[in-house]
Unconditional design. Structure first.
Length: 239
């Protein structure tokens, strides 16, 4: 077998490995979406411990940007919807949840003591860092800068289609009083998951077909060359 044919077979094997990896990734994404998403298409996680003696719990690392000139279909594919539901651990206390631009939340809280989410110590336990302050917070529902908000007794839920900008999620008592204790469910629906799964599986099938064709072609040419190189059997001469 000549060197080019050996290299073709090796390349075909590498393509098969790549195809297998793409197939596994695509199937995994598709399976996760089918088995873990709810009937509305949201992937949901629970946060069991939201607890601070301050007036608010803030998650403000939500930064969404898109380069100028990004094609519309790319923006559509990257669209994501967020669904947040919170419940106060104190059944008699009304809870508030809202999403607003970072600058507006920072101005609203100002010198009010609040806690910021910096990380998660476990799957459902956020790590908080407290900012000191001595100003009493106003009831958050009276502000008009929220892009999505809900307030009241029992479970409060909001849905929001994410757009470019820098955003904060805020959980407070509805009256602005300190001492927030709540549980939350966070749902995320990503528009690109299904198309991404299909693209990966399609690419895997295409690469797999090319790899098999290359290997079969190289082996077939090798066998043909071997057959041609064998001299024909000499005829026996009868006496």
């Amino acid at each position: 077998m000549t060197l080019p044919r050996v290299l073709t077979i090796v390349a075909g094997g590498l393509l098969l490995l790549t195809a297998f990896g793409l197939l596994s990734a695509g199937a995994g994404i598709g399976l996760a979406h089918l088995t873990r998403a709810d009937h509305d298409g949201y992937l949901t996680a629970s946060v069991d411990q939201l607890d601070t003696g301050t007036a608010a719990i803030v998650a403000d690392d939500i930064v969404l940007t898109a380069e100028q000139g990004t094609p519309g279909w790319v923006r559509d594919a990257l669209e994501a919807d967020v669904r947040l539901a919170v419940s106060s651990a104190d059944p008699g206390r009304e809870i508030f949840i809202g999403i607003a631009p970072v600058r507006d939340v920072a101005a609203f809280l100002g010198d009010t003591a609040h806690a910021s989410v910096i990380d998660f110590a476990g799957e459902s336990r956020p790590m908080l860092v407290t900012s000191a302050g001595d100003v009493v917070a106003d009831p958050p529902g009276e502000e008009d800068f929220w892009v999505a908000s809900a307030s009241g007794a029992g479970t409060q839920e909001i849905s929001w289609s994410m757009v470019d900008g820098e955003w904060s999620i805020v959980v407070m008592n509805a009256d602005g009083s300190p001492g927030v204790t709540a549980t939350a469910d966070v749902g995320l629906k990503l528009a690109f998951l299904r198309p991404l799964s299909g693209i990966l599986i399609g690419a895997a099938v295409l690469l797999g077909a090319l790899a098999i064709a290359a290997v079969v072609s190289a082996v077939s040419r090798s066998r043909s060359s071997t057959a041609l190189s064998v001299p024909p059997a000499m005829e026996q001469i009868s006496p």
